[in-house]
Design a protein around this ligand. Structure first.
Ligand code: PLP
Length: 444
């Protein structure tokens, strides 16, 4: 009997006993290929010797010192590195313990920025349907999935939501991608004007939408248009790169491929690559300067912020990514995996779309490819697929999604950057077996 409140109260999951490379072994000796990097976390795979060595060295030196009294070399060096590697004046760093904490931090930093600017009436964030920004109340309030929010309503902040940039489902037949993008930007401008531009703090979005929609990249020019509107109406642009950041898209930050500079960037997952819980907010220098010139301090803080061992692990992760040229590997292996998936499932009657950036790849499942009709959500296909995959020693990250009242199941693949082509081929083959078993007309 387990005393842990597990995600599924009816079933205790297998006990992870060992992990190395892209494989996790459970207590009973069964092995699982980590094709999802957990939840797009494990970018270096498991038991990377450089990261383990950095953590051990840090534990030996100093495992913890509270930030009310001390800073530490590991945190300073990590922040300096993140600042040096980020474009423009995105050079202020706030280190926390995970993605939701980082999102809360970004929301409060943005709010305080406007307070210090003498604009306390700016209390509204605009966000998108079909988005996930974390499970704490503030992050939940800006997140898109109604089913996550509703049980906890009323939330702390009311957030107007606009359509996501989701070409597969959102673009009408005969509509060009440019026209679709222009319509989305018009919707954002309408939302800003409806809320009152001088009441809006900023716009929050995932650069590449992760788990809620299955690796949906933006259309060309979408974020340039968003940045233009934010500049025009004085909004902060807050990009959530908890899942798509830290190299997973093939560039360190996914927004680099969009040609925009956000005001705040929210990081987690791949920052520590699972070796330690760590998240961060990157902020443009003038934002933090305004707080320094104003009340002097950011009114925030967490017990484990800037944790030495977490910072040492994240610093080691970033060094390995650079030393081993893994950003290039992500681009090459991501293209290889997409090619394999297209070969395997390009004509599959129930795979409607294969998409993504780098090694963040989504497959959207449909009951019918022509109409794009989703499967009946009551079947909980994503959950069935996850179980089937685990039975075949494959970790994938399937989700049921909702958009504008329609439902769609998708599978997210986010293997470690170190996965070999042979491992990617094995992932594809096990996925094919999984889908064959799950979607076989004789059994499904
Ligand atoms: N933002 C995005 C885009 C995420 O994918 C997640 C987690 O899945 C979060 C925020 C929240 O991160 P955490 O689970 O570390 O709190």
């Amino acid at each position: 009997m387990s005393h842990i409140i597990h995600r599924n109260p009816r079933r205790v999951p297998p006990v992870a006993a060992h992990a190395t490379g892209i494989t996790i072994t459970d207590r009973d000796g069964r092995t699982y290929l980590d094709a999802s990097g957990g939840a797009a976390v494990s970018s270096l795979g498991h038991a990377h010797p450089d990261v383990l060595a950095a953590m051990h060295a840090q534990i030996d030196r100093n495992a913890y010192a509270h930030t009310a009294f001390f800073t530490c070399d590991a945190a300073e060096q990590l922040a300096a590195r993140l600042a040096a590697d980020a474009p423009g004046d995105l050079d202020q760093v706030y280190l926390v313990s995970g993605g939701s904490e980082a999102m809360e931090t970004a929301l409060k930093l943005a709010r305080q920025y406007w307070l210090e600017a003498g604009q306390p009436q700016r209390t509204t964030f605009i966000a998108r349907r079909q988005s996930y920004h974390g499970n704490t109340l503030g992050a939940l309030a800006v997140g898109g999935n109604a089913w996550r929010r509703q049980p906890f309503a009323p939330l702390l902040i009311e957030v107007p939501r606009i359509s996501p940039c989701y070409e597969y489902r959102g673009r009408a037949d005969g509509q060009s991608t440019d026209d679709y993008t222009a319509a989305l930007l018009q919707e954002l401008e309408d939302a800003i004007l409806a809320a009152g531009a001088d009441k809006v703090i900023g716009f929050v979005a995932e650069t590449v939408v992760g788990a809620t929609a299955g690796a949906v990249p933006p259309t060309p020019g979408y974020f340039r248009g968003v940045r233009r509107l934010c500049d025009q109406y004085g909004l902060l642009l807050i990009l959530d790169e908890v899942m798509c950041g830290m190299g997973r898209s093939g560039t360190l930050y996914a927004f680099e491929q969009e040609g925009v500079l956000p005001d705040l960037v929210v990081l987690g997952k791949g920052l520590g690559a699972g070796y330690q819980p760590i998240g961060a907010v990157l902020a443009r220098a003038p934002i933090v300067q305004r707080l320094r010139d104003g009340s002097g301090a950011f009114l925030h803080g967490h017990t484990y912020m800037g944790h030495p061992v977490a910072a040492a692990a994240a610093l080691a992760v970033q060094k390995v990514i650079q030393r081993d040229c893994l950003l290039g590997a992500v681009t090459v292996r991501g293209a290889a995996l997409r090619r394999m998936l297209r070969e395997a499932f390009g004509n599959h009657p129930h795979v409607g779309d294969i998409r993504g950036r780098g090694l963040l790849i989504g497959l959207e499942l449909v009951a019918d490819r022509d109409s794009k009709a989703p499967f009946d959500p009551a079947r909980r296909l994503h959950a069935v697929i996850k179980d089937e995959a685990m039975a075949r020693g494959l970790m994938i990250y399937p989700m049921g999604g909702t958009i504008d009242g329609r439902h769609g199941d998708h599978i997210l693949l986010a293997p470690p950057f170190i996965a070999t082509e042979a491992e990617l081929a094995e992932i594809t083959s096990r996925l094919a077996d999984t889908l064959h078993a799950t979607l076989n007309p004789a059994t499904f």
